[in-house]
Design a protein around this ligand. Structure first.
Ligand SMILES: [Zn+2]
Length: 214
């Protein structure tokens, strides 16, 4: 049976990593709005050119345009075995538009959760190499020699927007924007909370697979 899954979670909760593993093991199509926007622009389709000019003007891509992209993605042959959408819906309007699409009936909404201070700890442990762009994490994937890039020997740096105050602010904005959506899916009985704490992802992935029946 095909499954239609939505993935919600603040930046830094490890949503992408969990999502990719579940998609791979459950044989679902992975639908990411960010990837799709970039692909349309690169393919220079009529829609892609429209998006490119909106982004060039520094404006936000409208709900209707994102809806159009999603509708196209979930009606593709590879999505007929089931799909997981990452990065959409972001608003109640988008959620209701999704439901009205021919393939838009949703079975499960995973909300990947992690206490804010744990997100801060994870993100502020990121270090990146200004020279070769390699990314390290002092908790999960530290460099061999402290502060030095394994690949090219350059001095590692912390990205300016990875400081604790900016991260806390980013989480607060995300939670405020997403709260109505979480409540909406909770009322429908579709919301499943996944606790993302702990370094071992395997039990979380197995829980998610069991919930979607894979
Ligand atoms: Zn480097």
């Amino acid at each position: 049976m095909s499954k239609h899954v939505i993935l919600l979670g603040a930046p830094g909760v490890g949503k992408g990593t969990l999502g990719q593993q579940v998609v791979k093991r459950a044989g679902l199509a992975y639908v990411s709005t960010g990837d799709m926007l970039r692909a349309e622009v690169a393919a220079k389709t009529e829609l892609g050119n429209k998006i490119a000019s909106i982004l060039a003007a520094g404006e936000l891509v409208s709900d209707d345009l994102v809806n159009e992209l999603i509708k196209k993605a979930i009606s593709k042959p590879e999505a007929q075995k089931g799909f997981m959408i990452d990065g959409y819906p972001r608003t109640l309007y988008q959620a209701k538009s999704l439901e009205a699409m021919p393939q838009g009936k949703i079975d499960v909404v995973f909300n990947i959760e992690l206490p804010a201070e744990e997100i801060v700890r994870r993100i502020s442990s990121r270090r990146s190499c200004p020279k070769c762009k390699a990314v390290y994490n002092l908790i999960y994937s530290p460099p061999n020699k402290e502060g030095i890039c394994d690949r090219c020997g350059a001095q590692l740096v912390t990205r300016a927007d990875d400081n604790p105050d900016t991260i806390r602010n980013r989480i607060a904005v995300y939670e405020k924007n997403t709260k109505p959506l979480v409540e909406y899916y909770e009322k429908k009985g579709l919301l499943v909370r996944i606790d993302s704490s702990g370094n071992d992802n395997e039990p979380k992935i197995r829980d998610m697979l069991a919930i979607i029946g894979k």
